[in-house]
Design a protein around this ligand. Structure first.
Ligand SMILES: *[C@@H]1O[C@H](CO)[C@@H](O)[C@H](O)[C@H]1NC(C)=O
Ligand SMILES: *[C@@H]1O[C@H](CO)[C@@H](O)[C@H](O)[C@H]1NC(C)=O
Ligand SMILES: *[C@@H]1O[C@H](CO)[C@@H](O)[C@H](O)[C@H]1NC(C)=O
Ligand SMILES: *[C@@H]1O[C@H](CO)[C@@H](O)[C@H](O)[C@H]1NC(C)=O
Ligand SMILES: *[C@@H]1O[C@H](CO)[C@@H](O)[C@H](O)[C@H]1NC(C)=O
Ligand SMILES: *[C@@H]1O[C@H](CO)[C@@H](O)[C@H](O)[C@H]1NC(C)=O
Ligand SMILES: *[C@@H]1O[C@H](CO)[C@@H](O)[C@H](O)[C@H]1NC(C)=O
Ligand SMILES: [Cu+2]
Length: 754
């Protein structure tokens, strides 16, 4: 063989070997996925005990429905109208705290598992709402009417929530019976054809118990319709359970009021109506469209967990090396967290969202009457599937929630809760030293986040519960989505900013209430305030000099009245739940409540419906915990706020709160004056409020010093080596292939379109 050919062969062989090696090496790298296994062991026996807090499973819901259907005269809830008897919803009924603690902490018996089933009895002489406890699950044998025991009175039927069929009936009523009374007006002004309107309902309806008088504001039926008001609003009297009795007592158009559509038609024909025509927009909504206006760039960053997640989720239990808690989704109030422990010590027995209300101002009737209480619509029920990589980090853990409401069948909300670890890219703590000696010590900020997002009509609320490495718990809610608008006319600018040709972004508040049942070092706590003052004293070493010396002010707030801080009250800057025990330094172990809020005023107290939202009076109120006071409000307050089923103000009756089981009711919120940049959507940035629960002499030092993620090295150390500094390992370990599942989304499946 000639040497040239040999050389060619040799080169070919080498190339082949090289190629093979390359393939093998890349294969090997491809298969080296990042640590998939969670390092957290779940063997602590506590875990399954916390199923006591779990939401009902779909099977349990089905059992409750079956049981009740056999015993009560009910129709299928998915087909029901208000004049029927039907199961409105089924949720879990959490046992009394005393029983739960006996079971969790003292090997007491497991309390029976029970459901709460709420039945609307519309088909009887005196319609009512009845709440039943149904148990024991999984095979129910009893149902008890607990309504009067729970609320101290019956729930009147006119306080019932609006069911989907009622919304549908109102639409049909308007389109089929009312709009046609003004055919010329509807055609010439709006080109109305029976399906190009969309409406929203202002609640509560009217001014006194018993009525349902709702203003419906009409919009162009396009994407983001909330921003396309037409100037037409209709008052519907839907008080009667018989749709044939419904009426339209008033019609509003462009600043003018009419007694009926017939009158509007007549005056329009006589040219006595001032008309402002709105140009129809395309079905994507034009300026309200969320469709990207720029082609996508392949960019963006995502969270990377080279070592796999540092948390574990099993059933209804979340565990990290330091934190653990149980959770459940409540159909009306969203996520409830229970038995929150740091290093195995319970800090919070329950942390739950109570309500989110929005009160509006406008020169249009619907806008000026709107006082929404979102719990009545359902902050769990309307928590839909989350979108990977946008709503939560791509690699987050996604959990399903199941609800049974206005249906006989449970409804699964796929991937509607997410859990993830968040590195915010800032130091949680750090110190650089070139004083005395040279070193660096720090800890990256890394927190565990649990999130769900609720969309009730126009708004999206992002609810976050965040667990920090120093034992702090953060609760944060962000608002985004569409604003609701009014038709811009006359003195509209007194009620907001103009954001489009005919659109007024109306002023409103977002006010949010949480219940926090803290158990700091045991269930018995006291509330203590620390603040500062300046005192004027002579300097001890020279009486000729005076100094203004800063000093601590300490106070035990010993009654409910002293522990209720009204919205505009000055509040001590440090306010904490104190245990009866002390830390190593002799201080009462405590947890501070620190609020982040820019709340507007909730509603003047002389307003006849104010008691229904009287939790809004107080930015913080601490009360003695009572089993009969589980919530600051009720879902029936929305439609009958004049005779509220639950009035929070009644909880504050000046009981002593020293060494008692205490609950903190925290109100936070913001005033929203919509502006051009709320179009098309409000951004979450800065529209974020909440509170922190922070240790205050609870520990003997900052527990984040024990974090295995801490970094420390001196000038003498080989800080480039993995052994000395775990951050140095990152480039190597993080070269693994992230375990990203394919993008899927099931949030549009089995969805009822509102
Ligand atoms: C409500 O109606 C149910 C079903 O008819 C009945 O059992 C219950 O006693 C009523 N409640 C009150 C308070 O009248
Ligand atoms: C009514 O008008 C809208 C918008 O122009 C159109 O999309 C829709 O198909 C029309 N509906 C009927 C029933 O004509
Ligand atoms: C509803 O009201 C209409 C008219 O007032 C009446 O004819 C009808 O019988 C009522 N229906 C029921 C179910 O009461
Ligand atoms: C939608 O309904 C079907 C049939 O009832 C069910 O198999 C499926 O799991 C549901 N999907 C979701 C996301 O709930
Ligand atoms: C819901 O989500 C889980 C993963 O979280 C997935 O396995 C399942 O197929 C999804 N769909 C349904 C209908 O449950
Ligand atoms: C609080 O501690 C004191 C002193 O140790 C004790 O006498 C008292 O009983 C304790 N109170 C409660 C409610 O545990
Ligand atoms: C509340 O109770 C305290 C002491 O228990 C008492 O001094 C005060 O007058 C009471 N306040 C009201 C408004 O009753
Ligand atoms: Cu807003």
């Amino acid at each position: 063989m000639n040497p040239k050919a040999l050389l060619v062969l040799l080169i070919l062989a080498l190339v082949t070997i090289f190629a093979l090696v390359c393939v093998l090496v890349t294969r090997k790298e491809k298969s080296s996925h990042c640590g998939a296994k969670s390092p957290i062991s779940l063997d602590r026996s506590q875990k399954n005990k916390n199923m006591i807090f779990a939401a009902l499973s779909a099977e349990e819901m089905v059992q409750v429905v079956k049981y009740l259907q056999l015993r009560l005269p009910l129709v299928d809830a998915s087909q029901a109208v208000s004049s029927n008897n039907f199961i409105h919803y089924v949720d879990v009924n959490i046992p009394r705290k005393e029983e739960v603690l006996k079971f969790l902490d003292h090997d007491g018996p497991r309390p029976p598992r029970q459901a709460l089933a709420v039945v609307y009895f519309g088909n009887q002489l005196e319609p009512n709402v009845t709440e039943y406890v149904v148990g024991p699950l999984p095979v129910p044998a009893y149902h008890w009417d607990v309504t009067v025991q729970k609320y101290g009175k019956k729930i009147s039927y006119h306080g019932r929530t609006l069911i989907l069929s009622e919304f549908g009936d109102i639409e049909t009523f308007l389109v089929e019976k009312k709009f046609i009374e003004a055919p010329t007006f509807m055609d010439q002004v709006f080109g109305h054809n029976g399906s190009n309107f969309e409406g929203i309902l202002a609640l509560p309806g009217g001014f006194q118990s018993g009525g349902r008088y709702s203003w419906i504001t009409l919009f162009q039926n396009v994407k983001g319709f909330f921003l396309h008001p037409l100037g037409l609003e209709v008052l519907v009297d839907h008080s009667s359970l018989n749709v044939s009795d419904w009426k339209v007592p008033k019609v509003f158009y462009n600043g003018q009021y009419f007694n009926s559509f017939a009158e509007l038609e007549e005056k329009f024909k006589a040219k006595r109506v001032i008309v402002t025509k709105v140009k129809p927009v395309s079905s994507d909504g034009g300026f309200s469209s969320l469709h990207p206006r720029t082609p996508p760039l392949r960019s963006g960053s995502f969270y990377h967990e080279p070592f796999g997640p540092h948390y574990n989720v099993r059933n209804n239990q979340v565990t990290t090396p330091t934190w653990s808690f149980a959770f459940r989704m409540d159909v009306h109030r969203g996520l409830h967290l229970y038995d929150i422990r740091f290093k195995d010590q319970r800090i919070v027995y329950e942390l739950s969202v109570q309500d989110a209300i929005s009160i509006y101002g406008s020169n249009s009737p619907g806008g000026m009457l709107t006082r929404y209480m979102d719990a009545s619509f359902g902050m769990g029920r309307f928590a839909h599937s989350l979108v990977r990589g946008v709503d939560c980090p791509y690699s987050a853990t996604y959990l399903d929630a199941v609800y049974l409401i206005e249906n006989l069948k449970p409804e699964v909300h796929n991937n509607s809760i997410c859990v993830f670890e968040q590195n915010t890219g800032t130091p949680f703590r750090r110190h650089f030293s070139n004083f005395q000696s040279v070193y660096y010590g720090g800890l990256a900020s890394s927190a565990l986040v649990m999130r769900f997002i609720v969309t009730i009509g126009n708004y999206d609320y992002v609810w976050n519960f965040i667990f920090h490495p120093n034992g702090a718990i953060e609760s944060k809610v962000q608002a985004t989505g569409y604003i609701i608008s009014s038709f811009l006319h006359s003195d509209g600018l007194d009620y907001g900013n103009r954001v489009a040709d005919h659109t007024l972004g109306t002023i409103h508040t977002h006010v949010i209430n949480y219940r926090v049942d803290l158990d700091v070092g045991g269930i018995k706590n006291s509330l203590v305030a620390n603040d500062m003052t300046f005192e004027t004293v002579n300097t001890p070493w020279n009486p000729n000099h005076k100094i203004r010396r800063m000093k601590l002010v300490k106070k035990v707030l010993d009654t409910e009245d002293k522990a209720a801080f009204r919205h505009n009250d000055k509040m001590p800057r440090y306010i904490y739940f104190a245990a009866n025990s002390t830390n190593k330094w002799g201080h009462k172990r405590g947890y501070l409540i620190q609020m982040i809020s820019y709340a507007g005023d909730h509603l003047p107290e002389e307003d006849p419906m104010e008691r229904a939202i009287s939790w809004g009076r107080y930015k913080l109120a601490v009360t003695r915990r009572k089993e009969e006071e589980p919530c600051s409000t009720s879902i029936y307050n929305q439609n009958d706020p004049w005779t509220p089923t639950v009035a929070f103000a009644d909880f504050i009756d000046n009981e002593t709160i020293v060494d008692e089981d205490l609950v903190a009711w925290i109100t936070t919120g913001f005033l929203h004056i919509p502006h051009a940049e709320d179009i098309p959507n409000t951004v979450t940035l800065a529209n974020a409020v909440g509170f922190l629960l922070r240790p205050y002499n609870y520990f003997d030092n900052d527990p984040s010093i024990d974090s295995p993620d801490s970094v420390f090295f001196t000038d003498k150390d080989d800080f480039n080596s993995c052994e000395i500094n775990h951050i140095a390992c990152l480039p190597k370990t993080a070269a693994c292939v992230p375990n990203l599942p394919p993008f899927t989304y099931e949030g549009f499946q089995n969805l009822s379109i509102l």
